[in-house]
Design a protein. Sequence first.
Length: 168
Amino acid sequence: MKQGKEHIVPNGDKSILVLPGEGKTVSLPGNEITVVHRGADAAYSLAEWVAAPGVPGTPLHIHRVTDEGFYILEGTFGFQVGEETVEAAAGAFVFAPKGIEHAFWNKGPTPARMLITMSPPGFERYFEELAEGLAAVGDDAEAAMDIRKTLSEKHDIEVVGPPRQATS
């Protein structure tokens, strides 16, 4: 886990500047998530998500409190939002409002990268705690499932289906 920092702009208006390579980065199997911005009194948090090709994406899930917006920077992601399944390439934006099931996965043959906004902020802590928990349990699959279940209950995520991934 790499810990970065936010630069507070000295004019006192709560502006921030996060330089390249800063932010807190965590790794999950096949994915790297960098929390670029979060704040206790902020309206949202922002994370960069990099997904390797051929690895499972997120499981189909629902947030009861958190809205998520996804802006694709590189590559192609597959998304399921409600009953719709779409491909989203660089420049596309996908919105998953609270209360609707959704999942995403790298749909292409190369790494894919996107920005995710989460409102209200706080959900990004799930990724940090999950990475720490999975590292602590190593190859113990049962313990890993217990950690996922506990953290899902704690962080506004209800898993309702299996992970998705690209098919050849």
